[in-house]
Design a protein. Structure first.
Length: 298
């Protein structure tokens, strides 16, 4: 069955108390219409960050209740397509990102998107649409949509795009999946505080996986498997991502731990997703073909 969720049906926090906007079965197709990360509040270069209603920042469309999903299960979200609108927004300035101390004010830039190109001054850059926020409800409490964690959230990982499969641990009945914060283009790190923020539409297929156990999100895309972790520091996030991948592979192969660590060293890669959110996000990747030769699949 196919479901369409309008952008007006959105949340700004992930919470077990959020009311589901639609109930779906495993294997259903769900189309999420999304606002940009500023809830479409910025329309011109004269609109500044200081004038925003920050209570509306980083909205996620949903949540979606997936029938049959129970705590301890995993939601597999296959991203069939990410479509973006014709105008994107960028913003940077005081206190934003590694260079934030160099600025005294905020700066806004409108980026037109035409023929699958982002027009940045005289540069025409190929768009690579991706999903910044995708997550489920935590077991208890609330987590704002701008913060990443084991529930997913604002991971700002550029491999969460068309063709990807995103795996999220389930903490509450139904999962309560929501997503948003699309980018037409964003490099690793998101060092100025934003990518090309844009409204759009994400086409997904959602499945309940009872054969998987994860403590943090994983992503499969472009022939790689990514373990994703968020923490207060990059050192902590990297350690957690590598440990997650280690446990995932070790549980599916008879390779010794010493040899597996050595294999990680020669074909695995530690990568940065973002360094600008309340928690930073790192990922550790392994080539899918190598894992498959070890008998590991996901």
């Amino acid at each position: 069955m196919r479901h369409f969720v309008e952008a007006q049906k959105r949340v700004v926090v992930f919470s077990p108390d959020n009311t589901p906007v639609v109930f779906v079965d495993t294997g259903d197709e769900v189309v999420f219409e999304t606002l940009d990360c500023f809830s479409n509040q910025i329309r011109t270069c004269e609109d500044r960050l200081e004038s925003l209603d920050w209570n509306q920042v980083n909205p996620a469309t949903g949540p979606v209740f997936v029938n049959g999903a129970e705590p301890g299960d995993v939601l597999e979200v296959q991203i069939l397509d990410v479509k973006v609108r014709e105008q994107g927004v960028m913003a940077t300035g005081k206190g934003l990102g590694p260079l934030g101390e160099r600025f005294e004010a905020y700066y806004t830039k409108i980026v037109k998107i035409e023929n699958s190109k982002a027009i940045f001054n005289d540069l025409e850059l190929n768009v690579e649409p991706m999903v910044g926020v995708i997550g489920v409800a935590p077991k208890e409490g609330t987590i704002n949509c701008g913060t990443p964690g084991s529930h997913g959230g604002n991971m700002d990982t550029r491999y969460i795009k068309k063709g990807a499969r995103v795996f999220l641990p389930v903490f509450v009945k139904g999962g309560l999946l929501a997503l948003g914060d699309l980018h037409a283009l964003m490099g690793d790190g998101e060092v100025c505080g934003t990518g090309v923020e844009v409204a759009g539409e994400v086409v997904t297929v959602i499945k309940v996986r009872k054969d998987l156990k994860l403590r943090n999100p994983m992503v499969v895309c472009d022939g790689k498997v990514f373990a994703i972790a968020s923490a207060k520091t990059l050192d902590e996030a990297v350690k957690e991502a590598v440990c997650d991948m280690f446990e995932f592979v070790m549980s599916r192969t008879n390779m010794s731990s010493e040899e597996l660590v050595m294999l990680f060293r020669i074909v695995g890669n530690t990568e940065i997703s973002q360094v600008v959110d309340p928690l930073v996000t790192a990922r550790f990747s392994m080539p899918m073909d190598v894992l498959e030769r070890l008998g590991v699949s996901i």
